[in-house]
Design a protein around this ligand. Structure first.
Ligand SMILES: Cc1ncc(COP(=O)(O)O)c(C=O)c1O
Length: 498
């Protein structure tokens, strides 16, 4: 099969046209000269309509996506995004509303945002929510800025350290460092929890707070989380919850009840809005009343107007208005955040209801444990205990020395599965971090198990198949370091960019 798909410019033939319109039979109207382009369109591709459609359809099929197969990317929660979300996000009253429209004419979307703030607060046990941040990592940045604003506001500028477990996602230490904090690493113990003795050693009057993911990045519930929160609070610090793994505890545990002061929600994971290359994200944040005055804004609030307060009213009316929290760190995103994502998350919450949310958690945990049990005899678990929504295995097959996790991951592509997250968390050698998510059926889980078991057999009997993988993709193994360090971002570099 010829897998090469040239750029559209190379498919161009001079004079070809995509549409054939009838002769103009109305008088031409002159446009002002200032609106007319001065240059011609040299260099634009010239193709027929079917050529254009086929080119873009072909390249669209070269992406692996959740709509074509299982995507068990640990920590990233690549779950299925219901199509109903897309329907509601495209409703003209949401899609066509302009961010500069007067709030009195945008009451529908403001009400949706107020309801989403309320629902997220209720699900997590927090008092206030801001929908501004555009990703989990930006939610973390927001949290670190809020922590600093809070300590400065109390007249305590010496709190310059943020504690981060050694298993943490890279965005946690990166965020803390970016906001000017010193990052202090805390060790995990043999059961995969925060090592309490190591934590105690690092707590001091310099502690501004701790960033903790729960369930953590080993896919395990932090068994001592209440003690961790207590110790950090006793030292005068604040507790940040990285909510990337919230789907594992939805409707079962409220992070605020575990002692957290602040958290981000990845709406583009837990609440099924598209994730990855698929579009913008949303990393809404929630917090306790203590930190609410520092949240970024604008936030939305509901106000009740009585007839006497507004002469146009003959009865009590509810309105939604924008406001900045009194000691806000300011805006972290233009306007109101990625509003299209908020509509999708709101829809998902309405779709599931309270019982459905709990079922998300139960199914995600069941699915991950199913894989743990089905694969644990071949691929040793990083920590041998019941996991939450994801399981971390090791690509170290008994008696096989020349196969690495990378080979296993690449071979999975030939079996039409997206590889799991690999080599993370960093503390697990040859890590294979598998998150099936709650949206996979028993049948697709069994297909994944079969592929993984088959790959283990190949690793022993025909290891070259793994070394050569993937063999079914348009490109084989890429120079990933080169792609990151020396990217070629410009087509036909020597002739200038289009
Ligand atoms: C544990 C954890 N924290 C934070 C993030 C960052 O979230 P985002 O990708 O939305 O910036 C991720 C992303 O995968 C994550 O898994």
């Amino acid at each position: 099969m010829n897998t090469y798909e040239p750029p559209i410019f190379e498919l161009s033939s001079p004079g070809k046209c995509g549409v054939a319109l009838p002769e103009v039979d109305v008088p031409a109207s002159e446009l002002p000269a200032s609106l007319l382009r001065q240059d011609d369109l040299d260099g634009m591709p010239e193709l027929s309509e079917p050529e254009v459609v086929r080119h873009f359809t072909r390249i669209s099929q070269r992406n692996f996506c959740i709509d074509t197969g299982m995507y068990p990317l640990g920590s990233c929660t690549m779950k299925y995004n219901p199509k109903l979300n897309e329907e509601t996000a495209r409703l003209p009253a949401f899609a066509a509303v302009h961010p500069l429209q007067d709030p009195s004419l945008a009451q529908g979307i403001l009400r949706l945002m107020a309801e989403l703030q309320r629902d997220l607060a209720e699900i997590s046990g927090f008092d206030a929510v801001s929908l501004q941040p555009a990703a989990g990592a930006q939610g973390e940045l927001t949290g670190a800025l809020v922590f600093r604003a809070y300590h400065l506001d109390r007249g305590d500028p010496e709190r310059t350290e943020i504690l981060v477990p050694d298993a943490a996602h890279g965005t946690n230490p990166a965020t803390a460092a970016m906001t000017g904090f010193t990052v202090i690493e805390v060790k995990s113990d043999a059961r995969g929890n925060v090592d309490l003795d190591d934590l105690k050693r690092h707590l001091s009057p310099r502690t501004a707070g701790m960033m903790l993911t729960n369930p953590n990045t080993l896919g395990l519930f932090e068994e001592e989380v209440e003690d961790v929160s207590r110790l950090v609070h006793e030292a005068g610090g604040l507790m940040y919850c990285d909510g990337a793994n919230f789907n594992a505890i939805l409707g079962v545990v409220k992070p605020a009840a575990l002692g957290f002061d602040f958290m981000h929600y990845n709406l583009h994971k837990t609440f099924s809005t598209p994730h990855g290359g698929g579009g913008p994200g949303s990393g809404a944040v929630g917090c306790t009343a203590l930190l609410a005055p520092f949240l970024p804004g604008p936030r939305v609030r509901e106000v009740t107007l009585e007839p006497g307060e507004d002469r146009a009213l003959d009865r009590t009316e509810t309105r939604y208005e924008l406001f900045m929290p009194p000691r806000s760190i300011g805006r972290v995103k233009v306007f109101y955040g990625n509003v299209g994502m908020l509509v999708r998350a709101w829809t998902y919450l309405r779709l599931l209801g309270k019982a459905g949310l709990r079922q998300v958690a139960e199914t995600s945990v069941l699915n991950a444990n199913y894989l743990r049990v089905q694969l644990g005899d071949l691929y040793p678990p990083a920590v041998d205990r019941i996991c939450m929504h994801e399981v971390v295995l090791k690509g170290q097959l008994d008696g096989v020395t020349d196969i690495r996790t990378l080979d296993i991951a690449k071979r999975l592509i030939d079996y039409h599965f997206h590889p799991p997250t690999i080599y993370f968390p960093l503390i697990v050698p040859e890590a294979l971090m598998i998150e099936p998510t709650e949206t996979e059926s028993r049948r697709s889980l069994d297909g994944f198990v079969e592929a993984m078991r088959e790959i283990a057999r190949e690793a022993r009997e025909t290891p070259d198949l793994l070394h050569a993988a993937p063999t079914t993709t348009p490109v084989r193994r890429l120079d990933e370091v080169g792609a990151a360090r020396q990217p070629v971002l410009c087509y036909q570099q020597e002739q200038g960019c289009f």
